[in-house]
Design a protein around this ligand. Structure first.
Ligand SMILES: *Cc1c(COP(=O)(O)O)cnc(C)c1O
Length: 381
């Protein structure tokens, strides 16, 4: 029996080397708490990098979305517009608030929120007196959404944007970094993201008052008094100073990680980009993707019957992880019978798509394992 090769993951943590210095400093100075110099330093790093004037480091990206909705006054029964093709964490905080998610289809060039379907939703909801409290577009797999069109509509209807940039740190539109477009921007540092703090997130904004309020709510909403006094419901959503140390170390290698992820995309594109029925997500003019995950679409009518699932199973046999795209939220049992605007773009992407191993720590040997699977499958020389 041939020895089983080690598991090759879709996207695994990739430390740069300096993380432990910052973590050690936290221990040496006993800042082992949800505040301290690493939290402040990490927030400064994020502000500088994204071009957002203010940042709050939080316990997760999900917490950042939840706080955004609270800051925007989302209450039970309110409507909140959300991209359908996304990870459930984009939509779940809408339900935490007892609000109603309204899902929007994707458009084929970025796979993100379709401006036409968004326009339809804004028009219909507003006409019924149910003007939404927020719009949550997502930059899926690092590809920026069509923010220019989305912001134009949001401005016209005066609905604030919560920009879910959890997968898109380092991505840009015309030189402007993702996370800095919305009234509020959300980042995630979960273990599988382009940089990680093991778990963590951040909230970004140009509005200092919003970020100050986010910090207040994230630390149990304690009023200024010597005793513990509360006039609002608070949360325990701040980032630990130990984990922020990992974040500071990761920020030092973010540009390398970006280059490595983008080189993964080139690797796949060079290898199978020319095959009939295999299609990659290309960057529209002016768009720059961090290529967090390389994804492809497979049309079995043109590949001679090879489906995304055929590819996934072939990889799995070699202990290589690949994964279908996010299943659209409007097709999820938990969000059954929720309002939806659009056609079948997201649904079709889900049927035809696959996420490929995309770690920035992928070795040449690991690429060789991948190359072999794809060569055999597509009968390449
Ligand atoms: C990862 C992710 C989140 C949530 O971030 P966590 O830090 O895991 O809570 C939200 N939205 C999208 C699109 C994500 O990929």
């Amino acid at each position: 029996m041939k020895p089983h090769p080690p598991r090759l993951y879709l996207s695994s943590p990739h430390m740069g080397g300096r993380e432990q210095d910052f973590v050690k400093e936290a221990f040496d100075t006993n800042w082992v708490a949800p505040l301290g110099p690493n939290v402040d330093g990490f927030e400064r790093d994020l502000q500088e990098y994204t071009g957002s004037a203010h940042a709050a480091a939080l316990s997760s990206g999900t917490a950042a979305i939840h706080l955004s909705l609270i800051l925007l006054g989302v209450k039970p029964g309110d409507h909140v517009i959300c991209q359908s093709l996304t990870f459930s964490a984009s939509a779940n905080p809408i339900a935490y608030q007892g609000a109603i998610p309204v899902f929007i289809d994707s458009e084929p060039d970025t796979w993100n929120m379709c401006p036409d379907a968004l326009k339809q939703a804004l028009k219909e909801l507003t006409a019924k007196g149910k003007k939404p409290k927020a719009i949550i577009p997502v930059h899926l797999y690092g590809m920026p959404a069509r923010m220019e069109e989305i912001m134009q509509l949001a401005g016209q209807y005066e609905v604030p944007i919560v920009e879910d940039a959890a997968e898109a740190l380092g991505s840009e539109i015309k030189g402007r970094r993702c996370g800095s477009f919305g009234k509020l921007g959300v980042l995630s540092f979960n273990g599988n993201k382009i940089i990680t703090t093991s778990g963590g997130g951040a909230l970004l904004s140009a509005d200092e008052a919003l970020i100050q309020k986010a910090r207040f709510l994230a630390t149990q909403a304690r009023d200024p008094a010597p005793h513990y006094q509360h006039s609002q419901i608070g949360y325990n959503y701040r980032m630990s100073n130990v984990l922020a140390g990992i974040g500071r170390g990761q920020m030092l290698v973010l540009q390398d990680r970006l280059a490595q992820r983008r080189s993964n995309f080139e690797f796949y594109h060079d290898l199978i980009g020319g095959i009939a029925g295999v299609e990659f997500l290309m960057e529209p003019e002016g768009f720059f993707s961090n290529r967090w995950l390389t994804t492809l679409l497979v049309d079995p009518q043109k590949t001679g019957g090879i489906t995304p699932e055929t590819i996934r199973l072939a990889f799995e046999k070699e202990n290589i992880e690949s994964r279908p795209l996010w299943k659209p939220m409007h097709l999820q049992p938990v969000f059954e019978n929720h309002p939806y605007f659009g056609g079948r773009v997201a649904e079709t992407l889900f049927k035809k798509g696959l996420c490929l191993p995309s770690g920035s720590n992928m070795t040449e040997q690991e690429r060789e394992r991948i190359r072999l699977v794809l060569k055999n499958l597509f009968g390449l020389k």
